[in-house]
Design a protein around this ligand. Sequence first.
Ligand code: SAM
Length: 277
Amino acid sequence: MTRKKKPPLQSKRHAVTDDSGWTHITKGPKSTINTQYTKRLLQQQKIRRESLSLEAYSDKFEKYYTPKWRESSCFRSLESILEQDVLSANNTITITRCVCLGLGSPTAGVEVSSWELAALISMLEILGTRHQIKEVIFQDPIFNATDRAFLKDRDYAIVEDPSAFSMIDGTAFLFAPHLEWIHLATALEGASPSLCVCGDIDGFISDDSIAKKTSENVHRVLRDYTDQMTWKAMTDFDGGHNWCFFLCIYWLPGQEGAEDDENMEQRTMTASEELRP
Ligand SMILES: C[S@@+](CC[C@H](N)C(=O)[O-])C[C@H]1O[C@@H](n2cnc3c(N)ncnc32)[C@H](O)[C@@H]1O
C-alpha cells in the first residue's frame, strides 16, 4: 500500500534542540526560535509548579482535567480518528497492551502531563470497545511517589527504566508524547507497535538542524517505522496548554479487502449452516 500524503500541520512547528541536548517543540519561523527564551519559559513553568497530595490531585483530575478534555473539540477529533480510521472494519490491527513512555509528572504540577493522561485514558476506553487491552504500563524516571500511587489506584503498572522498552511489540499501543527522539528510537528498534502517539517523525527527520545532532541509526529506526504506518496529525487542543503540538497518531494500515473477507467468511458460515441437516 502506498503511504498517505502527509497532511499539512496546523501551524509551522519546529523542534529545537538546546545545548544540553533537550528538544523543545516551538512555533514560528526557524529564524525567530530562541532556545534561551524557551529555556526561560521552562524555568518559569518550573517555578509555578505546585505539587499536590494524592487526594487533592485525584480530585482535580476528576473534576477539572477529565471533563475539560472530554468537552474539547480536540477530543472529538481524536475520537473520530480512532473510530473511523483505527477501529474501522478493514483494519486488521490487534492491541493487547498499552505502554506509556515519558508522561512526565502529573502530580508535580506539570499540566501537559495531566492533559496527556486524561487523553490516554479516553483513548483506552475507545480502543477497549474493540480490543482487549490487558495491561497498561508506565515508565518515566521522573515519577514521584504520588504519581505512582495515582496510577496504581487505577490498576496501571509502573516499571523501572528500561523494562518498558522490551514490552513493546506489534500488539502494543505506544503512547509517548514528546518523548525524546533517542528514547523513541530505542522503543521502536525491533518493534513496530500497531498504534503510536508521538512526535511528528517526518517533521523531525526533515529538519536539518536537528538531524545533524542525532545519529543516522536513530533516523533509520524512525524512518523504518513511519514507512510502514499511516498517520494523521493531532489537532490543536482548545482547552488549555496545547499539549498536542507537533504530535501525530500512527497506525498500521488495514489490508484492502479485509472487510470483504470478513463478510465472505460470515456468508460462507451461514450457507454451510443452512446445508446442515
Ligand atoms: C520532553 S519530556 C515530555 C514530558 C511530557 N510528556 C510532555 O509532553 O511535556 C520527556 C519525558 O521523558 C522522560 N524520560 C526520559 N528518559 C526516559 C526513559 N528511558 N523512559 C521513559 N521516559 C523517559 C523524562 O523524564 C520526561 O518526563
